[in-house]
Design a protein around this ligand. Sequence first.
Ligand SMILES: *Cc1c(COP(=O)(O)O)cnc(C)c1O
Length: 477
Amino acid sequence: MAAIPQPARAAARLSDIPSVDRLLGDAGSAALIARHGRSQLLSALRALLSEAREQVLRGQASPEALAVATLLAQARDRLAVAARPRLQAVFNLTGTVLHTNLGRALLPEAAIQAVVQAMQAPANLEFNLATGRRGDRDDLIGELICELTGAEAATVVNNNAAAVFLMLNALANRREVIVSRGELVEIGGAFRVPDIMQRAGAKLREVGTTNRTHTADYEQAITARTGLLMKVHCSNYAISGFTHSVEVDAMARIARAAGIPSAVDLGSGTLLDLTQWGLPKETTVRQTIESGADIVTFSGDKLLGGPQAGLLVGRRELIQRIKKNPLKRALRVGKLTLAALEPVLQLYRDPEHLAQRLTTLRLLTRPMGEMRQQALRLQAHVQQAVTRQYTVSAEPLFSQIGSGALPVDQLPSYGLGIRSSGAGRGGKALHALEQRLRQLPRPVIGRIAQDTLWLDLRCLEPADEAAFTAQLEAPDA
Ligand SMILES: *Cc1c(COP(=O)(O)O)cnc(C)c1O
């Protein structure tokens, strides 16, 4: 680049720095005070002035940089950044419907209304309206859960990891828990069955091998120290080939004969047979209870489609023991969770409307034709936004349910495939685009595979489409 001669600029002096009072008294400060408060503006200005002082001392400040308007504009920008919510709405176009990093299940409208109400008004969280005495928060949803699962009793904690932890501590503290080696899984986010067990005070007694476990393995491992027989759903991986595992009914029979409780960590809480909606088969909570499991644990925000929660259902006396454990108090759910959970469970009482009203199920069952039409509609918008540097095409692809539910099953879906138009170095251009999409006002999260940036449209519901295209058309998108 040719050197352009710069006019010699006078370096600013310390006396050019305006005082805090001068800045605060400027008309430009009024709007910032109204918006952020005087104390926030004051700290922002003090920080800016101290930086200005250092720059002046280093001879790096121009008088213009110390102008009142310049400093106030910087304060405005900093305050705006600091006030921006860190938890932001995004577009989940990853193709993973229950994406743990993107918050898993989206709540249906009825749950949203209930949460808003629970935040705004006092509620009978632990208050029995019939007797006027103290109530039990589990009573709000206990009956509903039992109706939907066939269990005798139920309780709820913060998530399924907490449910498993509490169950192990309440039923098997200082005792052995027999688990098949094929089920000693890590669920991600550091939930490992052996670690949880140790922290809960239970001693893991592994039986069988990674690929094969038989009833005799459980029977032979039972001793006077055994506290629990347990099965864990292999949510996020599949063992195939020469395999054998003991079904819940067989394990429950062995446990009962030995006078020991049996538990199943189901992971995803499937309350109804999903094959009726064309989805892969997944054992339901009711089937697991009917198979004889004494306790079943599952998540509220996986296939169940509700808020983050861990549900424990099963025999009354065992649920009572679990509820009396002091850890229950530490792991209990708040009113917002219960407010959201109740209407979600209510939706399950009406299976005919479930696929329409339960957001998770609606997304998982979106008709292919609808997603294809949407892809064709959006193709031109996205093509225009990304310019001819990229080629956008509407293509069939595969979504995943996510959150470890049915890891090997993929759902045929439709979306946009974006490829770099230039030969070579396509990877760099794709990553640059992926980053730009992530920095939009409502970030768009896609997925790069096979030199293509995929935007799976399964989770872009028609109601959100206008918001999606509007920000693409914004000048700096
Ligand atoms: C997901 C999962 C968990 C953890 O559930 P969270 O609700 O995420 O705490 C535990 N066990 C199994 C089998 C799971 O799939």
